[in-house]
Design a protein around this ligand. Structure first.
Ligand code: FES
Length: 577
C-alpha cells in the first residue's frame, strides 16, 4: 500500500496549508505575510487560516447544464469540510459540456486536465475535491489530479431525471438518438420531435443512461477515487447532497492519511475499474479515458488484457443503451456497491480507496443488499461476456473496439462491401442522397475522425443509417471508423481503429467496393485486399499528417497520442525510465 507516494519533484515546496507553494518574491516569510494579508481581505481569521486547506475545483458554468447543481454541491462540500475541521476554498477551472464544445469536447479534455493539474499545483491546498460530471470533465480532473500528486477525491454531479413523452419514459441521450432516427425515417413529424425535445433532459445533471458520464462516475468509484456509493445518486436528490457533504469530510481525512492518487490508482485498481466498466455495459469512451488516467501514473492499459477481462466479465447492469433501465433505477437498486458485491470474486479486494479502507472492506461495509431487477447476480448475467471486445487485423494493426452488448447479434460475423466516406464533411454531404449506392449488407466506413484527423476524435463514429435505407426499416449496419461514439449510442459500430487514417493507417487506403470481414467471435477485422494492392495505393496517394501553425491546435496536433494511449498529450505522461 503506497501512502504519500508522490515524488518530491511533483509536490509543491513549503509546508502545509496556506504556507504551501509560496509565491516567489525571494523572501519566504514576506511571501506568507503577503498571502495572509490578501486572504484576510476576504474576512478570514488566523484560526480559519491555520486549518488544513481543502481546494474545491468548481466547474459550474452557464454553458454546462450537466453541472447545474454545482452551487448546491459546493455548499455541501464546504459544510462537510468545515464540520471536519478544514478550510474549504473553491477555485474555477475550465468546464466542458458535450453539446457546447466546438469542434468536439474531446479536443478540450487535455486542456482541462492541464488547467486542473496546474491550478492544484499552483495554489496552496492540502487536498482537493474535484466536482465534475459531464463526459470529459471527470477524466480531465482525474488525469490532472493524478499528475499533481496531492490527495484528491472525485465528486460527480450525478445523473439527470428521466422525462416522459406520451406516457413513454425518456432520457438523454439514448432516446435522443432513438427519436431522431424515427424522425429521419419519417415515422414522426416536426411537431412531435419538438415535444420530445422538451422531455429528454428533465433536470440538471448528467445523461440518465449508462453513457460516458455515468460510466466515468462508476469507474471513479471502482477505481477508489470517489467515496463508496457516490456514483449513482441523481443530481437533484438529497442523497447527492449528502454525498457532497461526506466528500468534503473525506478530503479533510485525506490530509491526515496523506493518500495520494498514486496510492489509489494502481494496476490492481485500474483492473477493478475495467471490470466494472465491462459489467455495466459501459461507454467505449471509458476505455480511452481510463487509459489516459492510468497512463499519467505509468500504468499501461493493454488492449489484449482488456479483451481477456471482457471474456471473463459478464454484463450485469441492465441500463440503456445496452439494456432497459436508467441511472435513477441503478441508484435505487444499490448502485456501484451492489454491483461490486456481485463482482467480488473477480475483483482485487486489497486495492486501497480514498477512504483509507480497501475495496474489499468497503464491500463488506455496504451490507447484504435486497431483491431488485437492475443489477443481476453473477450467475444470471444479461450478457455472458463483457460489453466490449477488442478487434485486430490488417485494417486495425493497433486495435479497434466494438461494444458488442449494444450491437445487433446478426451482424457479429459479417462480410460486406465497403461504402467509404473520406471525412465527416463528405459523410454529411452524401449519406442522405437518394442516389447513394448503398444497401443494407454494405459496411459504412468513415475516415479522418481520429485524434489528429478531425481533430479531437469526435463522436462521429455513430454513422447514421442512410435515409433511403432508414425509410425501408433498416435499423443497424456495420459501421467502421477511427473515431469515437457517444456512450449513449447503440449499433454494430467498430471504433478507435488504430492507427488512424490521418497518420496513414490502413483505414486511409480503403476504397468503396473493397470487401471487409468483421468476426467479433474471432476478434478480427480484415480488409480483403492484398498487400501488393495496398502498397500500390499507399505509393500513389501518400498521406500528409495534419499540422497547425499556432495556438492550442498546434499543441494538440503536435502532441496527441493515439486511442491505445488514451489520446493524452505525449508530454503529460511520465517519462519512461
Ligand atoms: Fe453532459 Fe451527457 S451531455 S453527461
Amino acid at each position: 500500500m503506497s501512502h504519500d507516494s508522490d515524488s518530491q519533484d511533483t509536490k509543491p515546496p513549503g509546508g502545509d496549508g496556506l504556507s504551501k507553494g509560496l509565491t516567489n518574491y525571494g523572501d519566504t516569510d514576506f511571501s506568507l505575510f503577503l498571502r495572509k494579508a490578501f486572504i484576510k481581505g476576504a474576512g478570514f481569521t488566523d484560526d480559519a487560516l491555520a486549518r488544513p486547506v481543502i481546494g474545491i475545483a468548481n466547474t459550474a458554468s452557464g454553458f454546462n447544464p450537466c453541472h447545474g447543481n454545482a452551487p448546491q454541491l459546493l455548499e455541501a462540500v464546504r459544510r462537510g469540510v468545515m464540520l471536519a475541521g478544514g478550510l474549504p476554498i473553491d477555485f474555477p477551472t475550465i468546464s466542458v459540456h458535450e453539446s457546447f464544445a466546438h469542434p468536439t469536447s474531446m479536443f478540450l479534455r487535455n486542456l482541462m486536465a492541464i488547467d486542473t493539474e496546474e491550478m492544484i499545483r499552483a495554489q496552496p491546498m492540502d487536498a482537493v475535491v474535484l466536482i465534475g460530471g459531464c463526459d470529459k470533465t471527470v477524466p480531465a480532473q482525474l488525469m490532472g489530479a493524478a499528475s499533481a500528486g496531492i490527495p484528491a477525491v472525485q465528486l460527480v454531479t450525478g445523473s439527470m431525471l428521466t422525462g416522459s413523452h406520451d406516457g413513454v419514459r425518456v432520457g438523454a441521450c439514448t432516446d435522443c438518438r432513438r427519436y431522431w432516427a424515427r424522425y429521419r425515417a419519417d415515422e414522426i413529424d416536426d411537431a412531435e420531435i419538438a415535444r420530445v425535445n422538451d422531455q429528454l433532459v428533465a433536470s440538471v445533471g448528467t445523461c440518465s443512461v449508462m453513457g460516458t458520464a455515468s460510466t466515468m462516475a462508476c469507474v471513479a468509484e471502482a477505481l477508489g477515487m470517489a467515496r463508496p456509493g457516490s456514483a449513482s445518486p441523481p443530481a437533484v436528490t438529497a442523497d447527492r447532497i449528502r454525498v457532497a457533504e461526506r466528500t468534503g469530510a473525506a478530503a479533510v481525512a485525506l490530509t491526515k492519511s496523506r493518500i495520494t492518487p498514486a496510492g489509489v490508482i494502481t494496476a490492481k485498481s485500474v483492473e477493478n475499474a475495467l471490470r466494472v466498466l465491462l459489467a455495466i455495459g459501459g461507454s467505449t469512451n471509458g476505455i480511452i479515458h481510463l487509459t489516459a488516467i492510468a497512463g499519467r501514473l505509468g500504468i499501461p492499459v493493454d488492449l489484449a488484457h482488456l479483451d481477456r477481462l471482457g471474456r471473463e466479465t459478464p454484463v450485469l447492469v441492465d441500463l440503456k443503451p445496452s439494456g432497459q433501465f436508467y441511472m435513477e433505477d441503478f441508484h435505487k437498486a444499490g448502485g456501484v456497491p451492489a454491483l461490486l458485491r456481485e463482482l467480488k470474486p473477480l475483483l482485487n479486494l486489497d486495492a486501497v480507496t480514498v477512504t483509507g479502507r480497501t475495496l474489499g472492506e468497503e464491500i463488506e461495509a455496504s451490507g447484504a443488499g435486497f431483491p431488485q431487477e437492475v443489477i443481476r447476480p453473477l450467475a444470471k448475467p444479461i450478457f455472458a461476456q463483457g460489453g466490449i471486445a477488442v478487434l485486430r487485423g490488417n485494417l486495425a494493426p493497433g486495435g479497434a473496439i466494438i461494444k458488442q452488448s449494444a450491437a445487433d447479434p446478426r451482424l457479429m460475423q459479417h462480410e460486406g462491401r465497403a461504402v467509404v466516406f473520406e471525412d465527416a464533411g463528405d459523410l454529411a454531404q452524401r449519406i442522405d442522397r437518394d442516389d447513394l449506392d448503398v444497401n443494407a449488407n454494405d459496411i459504412l466506413v468513415l475516415k479522418h475522425i481520429g485524434p489528429k484527423g478531425a481533430p479531437g476524435m469526435p463522436e462521429a463514429g455513430y454513422l447514421p443509417i442512410p435515409k433511403k435505407l432508414a425509410r425501408v426499416g433498416v435499423k443497424d449496419m456495420v459501421r467502421i471508423s477511427d473515431g469515437r461514439m457517444s456512450g449513449t449510442a447503440a449499433g454494430t459500430i467498430v471504433l478507435h481503429v488504430t492507427p488512424e487514417a490521418a497518420l496513414g493507417g490502413p483505414l486511409a487506403w480503403v476504397r468503396t467496393g473493397d470487401r471487409i470481414r468483421l468476426d467479433v467471435a474471432g476478434r478480427s477485422l480484415t480488409l480483403l485486399v492484398d498487400e501488393a494492392e495496398l502498397a500500390r495505393r499507399r505509393a500513389a496517394d501518400p498521406v500528409t499528417p495534419p499540422a497547425a501553425e499556432r495556438g492550442y491546435l498546434k499543441l494538440f496536433l503536435d502532441s496527441v497520442t493515439q486511442a491505445d494511449e488514451g489520446v493524452d498529450f505525449d508530454f503529460l505522461r511520465p517519462p519512461k525510465r
